[in-house]
Design a protein around this ligand. Structure first.
Ligand SMILES: [Zn+2]
Ligand SMILES: [Zn+2]
Length: 313
């Protein structure tokens, strides 16, 4: 039997009262189960964090001493028990270490996706499907007119110019995926990365992910080479260089409104699009879908009486 209040939302985040823990809480808690290392899911300061090894390494780098009281590192597919709830991490395909959180209680399975994607990504564990009675899914791009083109096709747009490129990308997940793609599909390009990205790239490599060639940014190198360079920077730096000269500005994102003003529009997203969410529902075969993180209304309309869709946020 599905418990309607198995997961509820409060100001701290998604709460499971039957196990007295939070999923990706936004404030410090006693027990936090964390899906992946992005800042809006993984904050510092929890007493106990249950997560994957890669996520713990990213958190330790970002939050240092304040990362967590204790990390309880969990492997994919290996169940553990937290206050009566059996929990299993399943790869989410979103970034290295990202996990969907399968919770079993009184013979009912609840699957919290965190963020996920179905597109292939050589820099993280591919998504895996399990069945569950309740699918608690993110709905970041849950509208029918959002369809992410294959990243392998998008990256070829960089080959339409020889000009130097300033490429804005999120530090975690996106930048590693892009370095790997550029090395494969634009091998004539030389990749320079902003220094703040280096520690995260190192963690990826320590975890056994080969990204290909890249170097730390050096102004002299960029100046001496008027073509075929890519300077990869985090979003804040990208925005602060809005008038950079002698470079083409490109920002990798699935959001249309963030593509405005960029000379090449690079639609690379690490989230599920509309069709991916439908495919996900097909694979998980839930009786109910609970949505959070974005707007679930279009999904609810789409399924009408065929499936219960309820919004948690
Ligand atoms: Zn994320
Ligand atoms: Zn997110």
């Amino acid at each position: 039997m599905i418990l309607n209040d198995f997961i509820t939302i409060d100001k701290t985040g998604l709460y499971c009262k039957y196990g007295n823990f939070y999923l990706d809480p936004k404030e410090p808690t006693t027990d936090a189960v964390i899906s992946h290392a992005h800042g809006d899911h993984a904050i510092g300061g929890h007493s106990n964090v249950y997560t994957t090894l890669a996520t713990s390494l990213f958190m330790k780098h970002r939050y240092r001493k304040n990362a967590a009281g204790n990390f309880h590192i969990q492997e994919y597919h290996k169940s553990f028990v937290l206050n009566d709830i059996h929990i299993t991490f399943i790869p989410a395909g979103h970034m290295l270490g990202s996990a969907m959180i399968l919770m079993e209680y009184q013979n009912t399975k609840y699957l919290y996706t965190g963020d996920y994607k179905l597109q292939p990504d050589a820099t993280c564990e591919p998504i895996e499907f399990v069945t569950a009675d309740v699918l608690i899914t993110e709905t970041t791009f849950a509208n029918a007119d959002t369809q992410h083109p294959p990243a392998e096709e998008e990256i070829l747009k960089l080959n339409t110019t020889t000009s130097n490129i300033m490429l804005g990308a999120y530090v975690l997940g996106k930048s590693q995926r892009l370095i790997n793609l550029i090395n494969q599909y634009c091998p004539q390009r030389r990749i320079l990365v902003h220094f703040s990205m280096m520690p995260f790239l190192k963690i990826y490599e320590e975890m056994g992910i080969s990204l290909g060639k890249y170097e730390i940014y050096d102004r002299k190198v960029m100046k001496a080479n008027p073509t075929q360079m890519v300077y990869m920077v985090p979003p804040m730096v990208f925005n602060s260089y809005s008038k950079a000269i002698n470079v083409i500005r490109v920002f990798a994102t699935g959001w249309k409104h963030l593509q405005k003003g960029n000379q090449i529009q690079l639609y690379v997203s690490d989230h599920a699009d509309w069709n991916d969410i439908l495919k996900m529902i097909q694979e998980i075969q839930p009786t109910e879908v609970w949505t959070n993180h974005g707007d679930g209304r279009e999904l609810k309309t789409y399924f009408q009486d065929r499936l219960t869709v309820k919004s948690l946020n």
